[in-house]
Design a protein around this ligand. Structure first.
Ligand code: R5P
Length: 290
């Protein structure tokens, strides 16, 4: 069941079908039935084709905000969050633009899940809220690994907080690698350093917010192999998995990728519907639309 459908079931809300056409030149056309309700929830992650999904989400929000008083946009995977500042001179801060577009079409509130940079939300003037799926991921790992509790590895220092929370829920150890990315080429390098942790024959979980090209976890896996672990799995909130990434990740020795259903696909084993619906219920019940 897709995420929008699952959320509608949790909320006991009507699921409104959308008539979507993409013309030969790539233009999208959207037709949506009039929604005469107080609240309307649009669910659309902006995964590839990113710009098309973003524009379709904007079209839908615009269509529904013309009828419905309060449109909540649920964008579990929020693209452009990595462009939340100009890293190199001349770079456009795309997240600022995306925030302005989302507001311009009539969004009253925004919900994202494990957004890459929470600082991105500062570009919104509406209430934009990020929720964490770390507990859901940890609960899944607990059931999967049972007594064979894995060591948690963050491929970069930016992910330490996430890895600490996950490891605490599992009652296990965590390690953070040091990753550098060439800002021009995007090449990923895991810095050489000695890890003071016995990983021999242990299971490892590489934990990240997003797996996109796979470069981060593939390089992390190469680095970790020298510590002779047993199995290495990858868990993430958003499995973007561009092109043949999944095949390359497996070829690098990562046994399994486990993600949430923020993006549909074979690896989407963890359902976000309960988490997101709970948040929507809180918003509606508190009637706090500031
Ligand atoms: C970046 O710092 C993020 O936390 C992820 O590590 C990154 O988005 C993964 O991208 P890729 O799979 O392309 O290395």
């Amino acid at each position: 069941m897709d995420l929008a459908n699952a959320i509608s079931k949790h909320l006991d809300a009507e699921l409104v079908p959308v008539d979507l056409r993409v013309f030969a030149d790539g233009e999208s056309k959207i037709k949506v039935r009039r929604v005469e309700k107080d609240h309307c929830v649009i669910v659309q992650s902006t995964y590839p084709p990113t710009d098309r999904h973003l524009l379709q989400a904007l079209m839908l929000i615009k269509g529904c905000s013309e009828d419905s008083a309060k449109v909540y946009a649920v964008m579990p995977y929020m693209a452009y969050s990595r462009q939340d500042r100009a890293f190199l001179k001349g770079e456009v801060v795309s997240m600022d633009l995306v925030a302005k577009l989302i507001e311009a079409v009539g969004t009253k509130r925004l919900i994202t899940v494990d957004i890459h940079s929470p600082a991105s939300l500062s570009y919104f003037t509406i209430n934009a809220q990020n929720i964490s799926a770390v507990s859901l991921l940890a609960r899944y790992a607990k059931l999967k690994f049972k007594s064979n509790v894995p060591i948690v590895v963050s491929p970069d220092e930016g992910g330490i907080q996430r890895a600490v929370e996950f490891a605490n829920e599992l009652g296990t150890d965590m390690i953070a690698l040091t990753k550098r990315r060439n800002k021009d080429t995007g090449e990923v390098i895991i810095e050489e350093k000695e890890l003071n942790c016995n990983m021999v024959d242990k299971n490892l979980v590489l934990l990240d917010d997003t797996i996109s090209t796979g470069a981060s976890i593939i390089e992390a896996c190469r680095f970790l192999r020298r510590y002779k672990p047993n199995k290495i799995c990858a868990m993430c909130t958003h499995a973007v998995l561009i092109g043949n990434t999944e095949r390359r990740v497996k070829a690098a020795g990562i046994e399994e990728i486990i993600s949430t259903n923020s993006i549909p696909g074979n690896n989407a084993k963890i359902d976000l519907a309960g988490l997101i619906s709970g948040q929507i219920k809180n918003i509606i019940e508190s009637k706090n639309l500031s």
